[in-house]
Design a binder for this molecule. Structure first.
Ligand code: FPP
Length: 230
């Protein structure tokens, strides 16, 4: 099966991974356990994305608003991110997965920044699936930063802003998925979602499997995208 067929022509999928807390609550477990199981879902999904030949998978891991969460939850999330990168970096290198970060990751704890910078450098030459992790990311912040840079260079147009977005150079966003039954974008990829298809599911993030991604891609394949034309 060719890569294009497995993904139904989608090149770039983004996911708002929501519902870790509710998953844990339903089981009377601490929230951190929900996040921990959420990382397992991430791991399985990255492997599946690579196997199906998806060009880019963008995951919303930590928003600019998530700093408002309790300190112990923030440090649990940072710890999980670190452990995930440490555990899977050799697999990324071996399997041609390129890591990319969107958002301002320089504001994260110094040990996380150092680890990410090392992982970015080690996977920079890969050209299989790009795993894009949104960290300290907010779309309005991204657009404001891009517009500022574009304005310094010349007239502002959609194209000059787009060239300065954190996602510059990635394939256009085809499909945006949100789990856990919430139906909103929560400041994620607002610019890039202009023509993306949306797929919402009640499944909580820790329960999200590659089969759910395949379902979303199959639904994407059924849709007729007109980009404002007819
Ligand atoms: C939403 O669940 C999820 C997050 C805020 C964090 C997502 C992070 C991970 C899955 C782990 C780290 C990421 C990577 C890439 C290794 P929630 O806590 O808002 O759930 P709730 O709405 O049910 O409370």
């Amino acid at each position: 099966m060719t890569a294009g067929r497995a993904t139904h022509g989608a090149r770039h999928v983004a996911i708002i991974m929501d519902g870790n807390g509710r998953w844990a609550k339903k089981r009377h477990l601490p929230r951190a356990m929900g996040h921990q199981r959420g990382v397992e879902a991430v791991r399985n999904l990255v492997r599946a994305a690579r196997e199906m030949g998806l060009e880019a998978l963008t995951l919303y891991a930590f928003s600019t608003e998530n700093w408002r969460r309790p300190e112990d939850e923030i440090s649990a999330l940072m710890g999980l991110l670190k452990r995930y990168i440490i555990a899977d970096i050799d697999e990324f290198v071996a399997n041609d997965v390129r890591l990319r970060i969107i958002g301002d990751h320089s504001a994260l704890p110094a040990d996380v920044v150092a680890l990410l910078d090392d992982a970015l450098a080690r996977t920079a030459g890969n050209d299989g699936t790009t795993l894009v992790i949104a960290l300290n990311y907010g779309a309005q912040d991204e657009i404001a930063r891009a517009a500022t840079k574009a304005a310094a260079k010349g007239p502002i147009t959609p194209a000059t802003i787009e060239a300065e977005l954190d996602t510059a150079g990635l394939p256009p966003l085809d499909l945006l998925i949100r789990t856990s039954g919430e139906v909103r974008l929560s400041n994620f990829l607002l610019w890039q979602a202009a023509y993306a298809e949306m797929w919402f599911t009640d499944v909580l993030w820790p329960d999200f499997t590659p089969d759910h991604l395949r379902d979303a891609l199959a639904a994407f394949g059924q849709r007729e995208r007109r980009y404002g034309g007819r």
